[in-house]
Design a protein around this ligand. Structure first.
Ligand SMILES: [Mg+2]
Length: 280
């Protein structure tokens, strides 16, 4: 049963409310005032809390029933818990992806909202990622394609011999060792960009502006990638685990995983280069 409550327009409006609240705070000192550690494990700042609070208040006002999985509060039933257990509606939200950029005023941060019926990533039906600096919206509905504002988007068709843009996100721990391991692969890249919002970078690949995202951080959270996951897939992109397998994790605040995302042309190249060498 598909509820009419969480239409794509509803999700876009929710994202725009975050934009209205957060945009005036970008790059401002008060944005970075620290509070306690969020459920996702990162330090919560004032701007993260404000972003999440506007979402919770909007959901409560809208009288919706869903399980909210969100970076700072973790998991919370909104509305009638019994109803939610029946209808299995889940919202997976990162109210502010790229918090460090946001407080410093580096223009690369986003709000990420995914809607699912069920308890697996493949149950995600609709997704919205809004660029909080430009107000542009990337969105997708399962089986209906991915869009940038009003235009349908697709991944690029560049292959490794062309000018591919990669994002490479590695843990700071053992950075040099990992870089050395990856050196043969890195040499094939045309350019590396490390931008700071995973949600937004998945959308860059979806819209053909970048080619691949290698995120080897074990601490990468579901809330960062849930919406980008659907948008990328609907744009024809690929996303897989470090052993080359399909990713279809549980929808839970506890879930963290590294991943590789790319256009179609780079899939077999990356699988061969990364997976074989990693397993040796
Ligand atoms: Mg966040």
């Amino acid at each position: 049963m598909i509820s009419m409550e969480f239409t794509i327009d509803y999700l876009k409006k929710l994202a725009l409310k975050v934009y209205d609240t957060i945009y005036p705070l970008l790059g401002r000192k008060e944005a970075s005032v620290k509070s306690e550690r969020g459920a996702g494990g990162d330090m919560t700042m004032y701007i993260d809390q404000v972003a999440e609070e506007i979402i919770i208040q909007s959901l409560k006002k809208g009288k919706v029933n869903c399980l909210l999985i969100s970076e700072e509060i973790g998991e919370k039933y909104i509305g009638d818990e019994h109803q939610v257990k029946k209808n299995q509606q889940v919202l997976i939200i990162d109210p502010l992806d790229g918090s460090n950029n946001a407080v410093r005023g580096v223009p690369y941060c986003s709000v990420s909202i995914a809607y699912a019926i069920g308890n697996k990533m493949n149950d995600i039906l609709r997704a919205v990622v809004l660029n909080l600096n430009t107000k542009d919206i990337y969105w997708a509905e399962k089986g209906k394609g991915a869009y940038f504002n009003n235009a349908q988007i697709h991944v690029s068709d560049l292959d490794i011999t062309q000018k591919c843009f990669f994002e490479l996100n590695l843990p700071m721990k053992n950075l040099m060792i990992n870089l050395q391991k990856l050196a043969p692969l890195i040499r094939r890249f045309y350019r590396i960009r490390i931008l700071g919002s995973s949600a937004l970078t998945l959308c860059q690949i979806a819209s053909g502006r970048m080619e691949a995202f290698i995120n080897l951080r074990e601490t990468n959270r579901l809330v960062d990638v849930a919406a980008g996951f659907l948008i990328l897939k609907e744009a024809g992109g690929k996303i897989f685990s470090l052993d080359g397998k399909e990713i279809n994790k549980d929808l839970s605040i506890e879930i963290k995983f590294p991943f590789i995302a790319c256009n179609v042309k780079l899939e077999s190249f990356l699988k061969t280069e990364l997976i074989n060498k990693n397993s040796k």
